[in-house]
Design a protein around this ligand. Structure first.
Ligand code: ADP
Length: 256
């Protein structure tokens, strides 16, 4: 638990800091992109100059993409909570994963019978699972298997703050796995082992933030050359179908 609190407060501090920087950076970047756009029009016909401006534009667009992600990471985002049947959501998400990951990754799904409903932000859940899938792909450069399984588990006191019934979504890969040193740091914002430009180190921090906000729990099993399994536990939703399906918006702190 102490470790969790430490992560949450670190996330909050880093979130505030990056939010401020990303916001100013984004404003300056829009000046660069705007002028590159004008320049692009002005030099039409000069192939060499056009190539150079296009390359500058692509670099600036990548920066813009990163600042947007940083802003999304740091912003106080309202949670759009609704009741979700994870089993029903999965086939569509799997399709998206297959398209995103490419042919070398063999994606399969195993959903247990009678999985409880959960009450979470659907877009954030999908983004979190997609993040895990992309990490799995990056851990399997030669290709491999990605298994998503959905089941239920009762968690005892001591393991989680709120003991009770949980839906468990596991994402397992047959990739390179993680050393104990990497495993210790994976939830740290900006921690990445990927080469410059490939990783932001924000993926698992975002997953962690989402799970915390949803009153869940996350676990990782991994060892070098043994692959990785990440399990997300999300609390079972109770109530009648009608009361559960009324949509609601909850404004929560970004992390913790
Ligand atoms: P990023 O993907 O941008 O590096 P993440 O926070 O998603 O940021 O991941 C942090 C680090 O955790 C990765 O750089 C990698 O070292 C490790 N990691 C995450 N998922 C996996 C995985 N499925 N297999 C092996 N290593 C992983």
């Amino acid at each position: 638990m102490e470790q969790n609190l430490l992560h949450a407060s670190k996330l909050e501090a880093v979130g505030r800091l990056t939010g401020g920087i990303a916001h100013d950076f984004n404003n300056m970047l829009s000046v660069v992109i705007g002028n590159l756009d004008l320049l692009q029009k002005a030099i039409k016909g000069n192939a060499k100059a056009e190539t150079r401006v296009r390359m500058a534009m692509e670099g600036a667009q990548r920066c813009a993409d990163l600042t947007h992600r940083l802003l999304a990471f740091s912003r106080r985002q309202p949670l759009q909570v609704s009741v979700i049947d994870v089993g029903a959501l999965m086939p569509g998400l799997l399709e998206l994963m297959r398209r995103t990951l490419g042919e070398r990754i063999n994606v399969s799904l195993d959903v247990a019978d009678n999985v409880y409903p959960i009450e979470v932000d659907r877009a954030q859940l999908e983004a979190a699972l997609l993040n895990l899938a992309v990490n799995a792909r990056d851990a399997m450069p030669e290709g491999g298997d990605l298994l998503i399984s959905v089941g239920t588990q009762t968690l005892e006191e001591g393991k989680v703050e709120h003991p009770g019934d949980y839906v468990v979504i596991s994402v397992s890969d047959t990739g390179i796995g993680m050393s104990a040193e990497v495993l210790q740091r994976v939830f740290e914002p900006f921690f990445t082992t990927k080469e410059s430009g490939k990783g932001t180190g924000l993926g698992l921090s975002m997953v962690y933030g989402f799970v915390q906000q949803s009153h869940g729990h996350v676990e990782i099993d991994s060892a070098p050359s043994q692959g990785t399994t990440i399990r997300i536990f999300l609390p079972r939703a109770y109530g009648t179908a009608e009361s559960l399906n009324e949509k609601q918006t909850v404004f929560a702190k970004p992390f913790g």
